[in-house]
Design a protein. Structure first.
Lengths: 290, 127
């Protein structure tokens, strides 16, 4: 069976959080690499993509690189590393960047604008690799043997969650920048149906990488900011019977000690609920073989 | 609008229960209701029937409701059609975005049906 692994290059939400208190879980914003044999799939291009780029160059050892980048949405913490993604500057390389139309403008327009002349000295058009933009909606599609499904999430503006299904019934879900519907809008039949749809999207996945930005106390102040309480995310993982649940998009204020404590408590909650899932806080540089 | 022609409402929503509820309630009080389960089918239906009002969900399979709204606003044949966004997403940014894209009003689900009736009436009048 083709080897499948996932490595976190950026686990933080909102803004990078470097410093002594975040050395273990990392300070880079959202970027996750999924490797399927020689194929590379990247979720988001937050600041973590800089180091991923350097690693890809090292691994390629001079060979041409191909890859797919899936962008959830164009808020800064999901795109701001791309100008420093060195493989995009090498002519022999080719990357396809997939995402959805945002509010009134194509994602390509917004993506290019962050490298406009007043923001950055190099424009996207000056990057020498072949960069293709693929505008998608939530219709499923395939890349080779990999099936790609998407779903809109509950987040201000337009954001996509992704599910990749691989041979051997293995699957990875990237569900960040999502706020539990019932927590946000109150318990109702409708909110429960919407939460069930997200649950079905995650159903049985080998790994779900899930927005878990807030504690309960923080959520009291930040309800309606488009992110979930980590306890809601654990409940989602349990209900969707996932095999591994990576709590992700850590709040920039969250220290390593706090994330250690959340990891431990989250695992206890899942186990007590009868789940056999492995639950943990996503840690930068850590690789998970599926 | 003439009194002989019923006011036509197109509901675009993937939630079957919501479709059933709106179709039942709005028909009962005299609006002529057509439904579509996703954005693409909704746009096609709107182009054919040129409804007086579109009640449009945001999170649906396929196209996002914002994209549907923008495409309708770009269609010169639908300039007179009012668009009411009906979504569980009550974020301030989304309300602002809907206005930017040409929607006429926004209602956050779940809602009391009378509030919807009031907003529909304010947009297209009594049936």
């Amino acid at each position: 069976m083709t080897p499948l692994s996932v490595r976190f290059w950026g686990t933080r939400g909102s803004i990078p959080a470097p410093g002594r208190s975040t050395l273990k879980y990392g300070g880079n914003t959202s970027c996750v690499e999924v490797r399927f044999g020689d194929e590379v799939f990247i979720f988001d291009s937050g600041t973590g993509i800089r180091e991923l780029g350097l690693d890809l160059i090292k691994r390629a050892d001079g060979a041409a690189q191909r890859g797919h980048v899936f962008i959830g949405h164009t808020h800064w913490d999901h795109i701001q590393g791309f100008p420093f993604f060195v493989p995009a500057y090498l002519p022999k390389n080719k990357y396809t960047i997939h995402s959805v139309k945002s509010i009134g403008e194509s994602f390509e327009t917004i993506f290019r604008r962050q490298m406009g002349i007043n923001y950055f000295p190099v424009e996207v058009g000056d990057m020498s690799s072949q960069l293709d933009f693929n505008h998608i909606d939530t219709s499923p599609f395939e890349i080779g043997d990999v099936k790609v499904k998407t779903s809109f999430t509950n987040h201000p503006g337009v954001n996509l969650a992704y599910r990749l299904d691989f041979e051997g019934s293995r699957s990875v879900v990237y569900l960040t920048d999502h706020e539990n519907h019932a927590s946000f809008s109150g318990d109702s039949e409708l909110a429960r149906r919407q939460d069930r749809a997200i649950e079905d999207f995650c159903r049985g996945a080998d790994l779900v990488i899930v927005d878990s930005q807030y504690t309960e106390e923080e959520y009291e102040l930040k309800k309606g900011w488009g992110h979930s309480r980590w306890k809601d995310s654990v409940a989602l993982g349990v209900a969707a019977e996932v095999k591994n649940l990576a709590l992700f998009h850590h709040d920039p204020t969250r220290t390593d000690d706090a994330l250690d404590a959340i990891s431990s408590e989250a695992q206890k909650i899942a186990t007590a609920a009868g789940s056999s899932a492995k639950v943990f806080c996503a840690q930068e540089s850590k690789e998970h073989v599926l | 609008m003439t009194s002989s022609k019923k006011i036509q409402v197109l509901v675009i929503d993937d939630d079957e229960a919501m479709i059933e509820l709106l179709e039942g309630c709005l028909s009962k009080i005299g609006y002529e209701v057509t439904t579509a389960p996703d954005g693409l089918k909704g746009i096609n239906a709107a182009e054919k029937m040129k409804p007086d009002l579109v009640i449009l969900d945001l999170l649906m399979p396929g196209m996002h409701g914002f994209d549907v709204c923008q495409k309708m606003r770009e269609n010169p044949n639908l300039l007179d059609t009012k668009i009411l966004i009906s979504s569980g997403k009550g974020y301030a940014v989304d309300v602002k975005a809907a206005k930017l894209l040409g929607a006429d009003d926004y209602i956050v689900k779940p809602y009391e049906i009378q509030i919807l009736f009031d907003q529909v009436e304010a947009l297209v009048g009594k049936p």
